[in-house]
Every structure is written in structure tokens, then in C-alpha cells.
Design a protein around this ligand. Structure first.
Ligand code: SF4
Length: 381
């Protein structure tokens, strides 16, 4: 049995759940196939003529991913699994009103599926079962029932097996997230020890896809600045307490993950995390620069532009936005903007670090880690 999963949208932050879940059901990892990174060639070869009227660029790209899994595999897949993810297992859950996904993201599979059914059933023609479970990953107690309902006939599943596989999925996701956060902590520790700046990316998970985010952060990293993604910022108690403790004691927020001071309608998971990331960036001394990515016509991002920029800039941290990203990689203009960012980061980081450190309590937990940190410069997390 071979299962194909389109590597799109919120799969970028939940892939380990799906790998853990399917592996626990006896599907070997080499039979779990993800589509490639998004590219123009992928769309032209596999998605053309099956497009959607959705103006959202990351959703449009899904046709190429579906097509690649159907037509572009040496070893055919038996199942195309494209979950409709309704909510996400965010670290902010319990501190915000909800952790829902963008509705376009959630309904994307239905939208794209139509392009493969409009003339004839392309899935059936290719001997592929199309499965698109509606799944509330933010509410683990609901997930076994949802996945059992959707997959019981396709994978011949019992309820007990599904419960165990879902648990394995969450364990795999948690292990991966913890590993990434640990890596980010090592990067921050290196920065703290060497008094060096790093750059934080504020973006949605699918901006990690080189075809959606255009690897702008990699260009900056090539200039020697470590990159952190907000999704994997370390959330250890000691660090959170150092950064937010005073505000909690003053009663301005209830916990380090409380964003009600800046974003009262905290329903959307990725939006909540972006706002939280802006708060973290404003406080963490070694984050001297934030780069914000947003895709063309993103309705979810529009209301967040001003608040994120204001939060970050109020602390003196540098802020640069790459908005309206779409299929075109404007290499020339990215190069010029990257050079501008590098100029400002080099010129102002020392002062930014000093100013932000002065606003925090004296004992930094990262410097207590420093003894165990290797001397070599870290990579991105
Ligand atoms: S969050 Fe924005 S870019 Fe992403 S799918 Fe939703 S509307 Fe599109």
C-alpha cells in the first residue's frame, strides 16, 4: 500500500503527525510519498488546466501537487490523502480563543479535487482512492473518530487501531517540534554567547516551501545571520519567564502565551502564532531583525500587517515585509532588498541588542546554557 500526501498548506507543520499515524498502521515510511516542493514546472507539467478560481496563491499551487502524485510517480500510489485540516495543535492552544485554520486552506482539497473530476474521474482512471478526512487536529479527542470514519473502509481499520495510530501521530509531531525548538535554542544561545544578531521569520508554515517563500531567508543566512522560524522558537519555561515574567507580574498578560493584549480575536492558529512571534521578537535581544512573508491576496494576513509591524518596531527591532509573494521569484529585487537588510542589521544590531538587554532581568537563561554550546556557527532552524 502506497500513500501520497500533497506537501501543501498546513501539511508543512503537521507532516510528522501523518507519518507517525500511517507508520503506526503498518505503512512503511518508504511507502509514504510527499509531493515535491512547489515549482512552476510542477504546475505546468501536472496541474495545468485543472486550476481553481481561488485567488489565493498557495491554494492554486495544490493542483500541481495532486497531479505530480497521480501522474509523476515511478511507483504508483494507491491512496491520495489530502486532509481538510480544520484546526491545528498550536502551542498557544488554551491561551487563545481557538486555533482554527484559514477556511481556504481547510476547504482547499475540495476545491482542487474538482479539477480532477470535471471531465472524468482521474483518480479512478489511475486506480487511486482519493481520501480527504475532515480533521480537527487542534482537538486530539475528536481525531480518532474523524479519521476512523474517513479511513475505515480504505485501510480496513478498527477503532482501537485508529486510536493507537492517532496517539503515535501526535507523539511523532511533538518529538519533531521539540527537536526543532531545541535547535533554535542552541542558535539563540550561540548568539547570546557571541553577542551576535539573528533574524526571525514571521510567516505561515507553507512559506517554508521554497516555491512559496522563495527562500528569501536562505539568502540572508548566506550573509552569516542565523535564521529562526517563529513556529519553532523555544518555549521553555525559563526563557519565557525571562522574556515575559515582568508583564505577567504586572498583570498585563496572564501567561507568556497570552496575546490578548495585542490580538483580541484570537481564532486563527497561524495568525495567532504570527502575533505571538512579533511579541517574542520585540523582547528577545538577539533577534534584531524580523522578516515577514505574506502571499498574494492573503485575506487572513491583511489585518495583521500593521499590528505586527508596530509591535516589532516599538522595541527598535528592524522589520522588513515581503508581501504579495506569488509564482514569480523577483530575484533582482530580492537581492537588492537582502543587501539593504544586511546593511541595516550590520549597522544597528549591536545597539538593538544592548537596548533590549537593558529592559530585561539580569540573569539570562541562555547564557547559563552557553557552557554546553559548540563554538561553530549554527544553521537555520
Ligand atoms: S492564509 Fe492567506 S494565503 Fe494562506 S490559504 Fe489562507 S488566504 Fe490563502
Amino acid at each position: 500500500m502506497r500513500v501520497g500526501i500533497p506537501k501543501v498548506l498546513n501539511i508543512w507543520s503537521t507532516h510528522q503527525f501523518w507519518v507517525g499515524f500511517l507508520t503506526a498502521l503498518g505503512i512503511s515510511p518508504e511507502n509514504i510519498v510527499f509531493s515535491s516542493d512547489t515549482s512552476e514546472d510542477q504546475y505546468r507539467e501536472y496541474g495545468k488546466g485543472r486550476g481553481t478560481v481561488d485567488c489565493c496563491y498557495p491554494v492554486k499551487c495544490m493542483s500541481g501537487h495532486y497531479g505530480e502524485l497521480i501522474f509523476g510517480q515511478k511507483k504508483k500510489i494507491d491512496i491520495l490523502l489530502s486532509p481538510m485540516i480544520y484546526s491545528l495543535p498550536s502551542f498557544l492552544r488554551g491561551h487563545v480563543l481557538d486555533t482554527l485554520t484559514c477556511t481556504r486552506v481547510m476547504a482547499g482539497p475540495e476545491n482542487i479535487k474538482a479539477g480532477f473530476l470535471k471531465e472524468r474521474d482521474v483518480f479512478a482512471e489511475n486506480g487511486i482512492r482519493y481520501v480527504s478526512p475532515f480533521v480537527s487536529l487542534g482537538e486530539p479527542e475528536k481525531v480518532p473518530k474523524q479519521l476512523h470514519l474517513a479511513l475505515k473502509d480504505v485501510l480496513d481499520l478498527s477503532e482501537e487501531e485508529t486510536v493507537r495510530a492517532v496517539e503515535a501521530g501526535y507523539r511523532a509531531l511533538e518529538t519533531f517540534n521539540q527537536r526543532m525548538r531545541q535547535k533554535s535554542r542552541e542558535i539563540l544561545t550561540w548568539c547570546a554567547r557571541h553577542d551576535r544578531p539573528c533574524i526571525l521569520v514571521l510567516a505561515r508554515p507553507y512559506h517554508m516551501d521554497p516555491g512559496i517563500g522563495h527562500e528569501i531567508e536562505a539568502e540572508l543566512q548566506a550573509h552569516g545571520f542565523p535564521i529562526l522560524w517563529m513556529q519553532y522558537f523555544p518555549i521553555d519555561e525559563d526563557l519565557m519567564h525571562w522574556l515575559f515574567g515582568e508583564e505577567i507580574r504586572a498583570g498585563r498578560i496572564k501567561s507568556p502565551f497570552d496575546i490578548s493584549d495585542v490580538w483580541p480575536s484570537s481564532y486563527s492558529s497561524n495568525t495567532n502564532e504570527i502575533l505571538w512571534g512579533a511579541k517574542v521578537a520585540a523582547r528577545c535581544p538577539w533577534i534584531t531583525c524580523v522578516i515577514r512573508f505574506s502571499s498574494y491576496e492573503c485575506g487572513m494576513d491583511q489585518p495583521t500587517y500593521t499590528p505586527t509591524q508596530k509591535i516589532v518596531e516599538a522595541s527598535g527591532t528592524l522589520y522588513f515585509k515581503f508581501g504579495d509573494l506569488d509564482a514569480t521569484k523577483p530575484a533582482g529585487s530580492i537581492k537588492i532588498r537582502v543587501e539593504t537588510i544586511v546593511h541595516y542589521v550590520e549597522k544597528y544590531s549591536r545597539d538593538i541588542i544592548r537596548r533590549k538587554l537593558a529592559a530585561l532581568p539580569p540573569r539570562c537563561p541562555l547564557l547559563e546554557d552557553a557552557a554546553s554550546t559548540s563554538e561553530s556557527a549554527p544553521l537555520a532552524a
